[in-house]
Design a binder for this molecule. Structure first.
Ligand SMILES: *Cc1c(COP(=O)(O)O)cnc(C)c1O
Ligand SMILES: [Zn+2]
Length: 422
């Protein structure tokens, strides 16, 4: 294993690789550190090894905090690793690029994961690590997608699970969680209330809360999005990434993944410009960015992008740092812009995303409109979840024809109306 320690992101204090997440000295968040110097000695061999690995995120085991390296050459050791996340499509989106006046646009479709969101990446890593620590119960505080993924991964691994969600979550996400046989707890409150309860519970129960006491390991899973994009582009970085921000972990770790691989020499290029995307109804990071602050003020969420509705984002300050140091930004878009973003992506690429993806596409459109994206840039928009999970967002956004089963009805009521409309 090349993961060596946990390290405080604020004061640099080092810790053993234990199920802990805050620094005892300064209460800063802990992060996994690696020693990959040996791997850097032969980059062509390292690339071959990755390419020969399993067709899922375990091909990047050298860069993940697992004690025993890869789970077997075929990646089929499912009793240890559960669902196989990752290796999702990177789609060239020329028609969307044309609509927005962009040159080279890619859509990273992470809705194509086992439970249809990028959360399978973080849960895979946290769950594998939880097994190594000997935990028998998996748990989480969720805005929806994490609930799906924890319940499913626990089922795949034969672990018990407790999933805590805000009671007003989308019905699709509640159904797609309960079906796995988890202990589903609907909390009357916001995500931030749910999270506070889980922080308290994690001190009282010997459970692996994937995004509380296992958070340093969980967060590492998001780096695999950067690794995959780099590998899929032919071992180079794109010029720009547009990705949604809830707690801020995803965007920061995509940046970290690129930085780590650039430093090792695995990728050509520079660190991409990082643009964070938030819903105006829950935009503590975008607001701090607009006001030039380096800290976030908590807000009460009110948006259709419930998967991003974290009013008090733990990694907000790191998102602000990263946006600044890469020449990017953090933007906010309205619920109507989110709905339009979902439709625009669907109509130009055939990819149907949930509200979080609408936030990403609306932000991309806004940046393009402002002329902030250069004409020679390669841009990757990160689509993090599936549209079937938030169907209400598109309800009423189009009309269908309803006719009797006759030729006459078709020509008058369908073709007739279409001609008339022209
Ligand atoms: C959780 C989530 C995010 C962002 O997560 P972070 O808390 O910022 O890491 C983005 N999109 C979707 C669909 C999510 O479920
Ligand atoms: Zn510290």
């Amino acid at each position: 294993m090349s993961a060596t320690n946990l390290k405080c992101r604020e004061c640099g204090s080092q810790y053993e690789l234990d199920p802990i997440y805050v620094c005892e000295t300064c209460f800063g968040p802990l992060e996994v550190v690696y020693d990959n110097r040996a791997l850097a000695a032969d980059i062509p061999a390292l690339r071959r090894r990755i390419q020969g690995g399993p067709q899922n995120l375990w091909r990047y085991s050298d860069f993940l905090p697992l004690p025993d390296g890869p789970p077997g050459p075929s990646g089929r050791n499912s009793s240890r690793v559960g669902l196989a996340a990752g290796c999702t499509p990177l789609i060239r989106a020329d028609r969307l690029a044309e609509r927005l006046g962009l040159a080279e646009l890619w859509v990273k479709n992470d809705a194509a994961n086992p439970t249809h969101s990028f959360k399978d990446r973080v849960v895979s890593v946290a769950a594998a690590r939880a097994r190594e620590f000997g935990f028998e119960v998996l748990a989480c505080a969720s805005t929806g997608n994490l609930a799906n993924s924890v319940a499913a991964n626990a089922a795949a691994l034969g672990l018990e699970s407790y999933v805590f969600i805000p009671a007003d979550l989308e019905e699709q996400k509640i159904l797609a969680t309960g079906v796995y046989g988890t202990n589903l707890v609907k909390v009357r409150g916001s995500y931030d209330d749910v999270n506070r309860l889980c922080v308290e519970l994690s001190g009282e129960r010997n459970w692996a809360f994937v995004n509380v006491n296992l958070r340093p390991y969980y967060a590492e899973g998001s780096k695999t999005l950067a690794f995959e994009i780099g590998e899929q582009l032919g071992w180079r970085t794109p010029d720009r990434i547009v990705a949604p921000v809830a707690s801020g972990s995803l965007l920061t770790k995509i940046g970290k993944g690129f930085a780590d691989w650039l430093e090792l020499g695995l990728l050509d290029g520079d660190l991409p410009t990082m643009n964070g995307a938030q819903a105006a109804g829950c935009a503590p990071v975008a607001t701090a960015w607009a006001e030039g602050r380096d800290f976030c003020q908590p807000v009460k969420p009110n948006t259709i992008a419930k998967s991003l509705a974290i009013g008090n984002p733990a990694d907000g300050p790191y998102v602000l740092d990263l946006a600044k140091s890469t020449g990017g930004s953090v933007e906010a878009v309205s619920d109507d812009e989110i709905r339009a973003g979902i439709r625009l992506l669907a109509e130009t690429t055939g990819v149907f995303t949930e509200t979080a993806g609408g936030v990403t596409i609306a932000t991309l459109a806004k940046l393009a409109e402002r002329g902030e994206i250069g004409h020679d840039e390669s841009v990757v928009a990160v689509i993090t979840g599936d549209g079937l999970k938030t169907l209400d967002a598109v309800r009423g956004s189009f009309e269908a024809f309803e006719i009797e089963p006759t030729f006459e009805e078709f020509t008058t009521k369908v073709e007739g109306t279409l001609v008339g409309a022209r």
